[in-house]
Write a protein that binds this ligand. Structure first.
Ligand code: PNS
Length: 163
């Protein structure tokens, strides 16, 4: 039987930490869906369409990776997709509390939905989309922390604002 995993998140923007988890998930499961939450961020930097386009381009050569969007409850999306598990990344103990709450709430909403946690490579354990946006906005270097396409798109955003 083929196993399908859903890796949900805001991905605003996609970081190399996300890419690392997706690559690990793709080795563990037959297929992994990067599921971009439509309304997770109140004021996102990248539109959902931009985030989808970026993730599709980054994983264009990886047939086991699919990029999709979802609205509403994650467990409903997981059921709709007939997926087996939710994958979430755990970077540090500080992630644990929120992830534990989400996993148990999702289990309460649907007892059939299981969450699997995966640890990224240690060089990515301190990266978050929020920090990337903040560092970049203040002129810091994010090279090596996000895919090159994301870095280019961050520069495009700044140029668009400067115009
Ligand atoms: O990248 P993020 O912001 O940590 O991802 C959080 C996300 C999108 C996975 C979470 O907010 C979510 O699942 N949202 C969908 C709505 C939902 O099901 N909420 C209840 C979760 S317990």
């Amino acid at each position: 039987m083929l196993t399908l995993a859903v890796y949900p998140g805001s991905f605003d923007p996609l970081t190399n930490g996300h890419v690392d988890i997706i690559a690990r998930g793709a080795r563990l499961f037959d297929r992994i869906v990067v599921a971009i939450a439509v309304n997770a961020e109140k004021a996102p930097l990248f539109t959902v369409e931009e985030r989808v386009e970026i993730a599709r381009a980054v994983f264009a050569e990886h047939p086991a990776v699919e990029v999709d969007t979802f609205d509403g409850l994650l467990v409903d999306y997981v059921v709709r997709r007939k997926a087996d598990v939710i994958v979430r990344g755990l970077r540090a103990i500080s992630d644990y509390e929120f992830e534990f709450q989400m996993a148990l709430m999702n289990r309460r909403l649907n007892a059939m939905v299981e969450t699997v946690f995966m640890m990224p490579a240690e060089q990515y354990t301190y990266i978050s989309s929020r920090l990337i946006k903040e560092v970049f906005a203040l002129g810091g270097r994010v090279h090596g922390l996000v895919p090159e396409l994301v870095e280019a798109r961050l520069h495009d955003k700044v140029s668009a604002v400067a115009k």
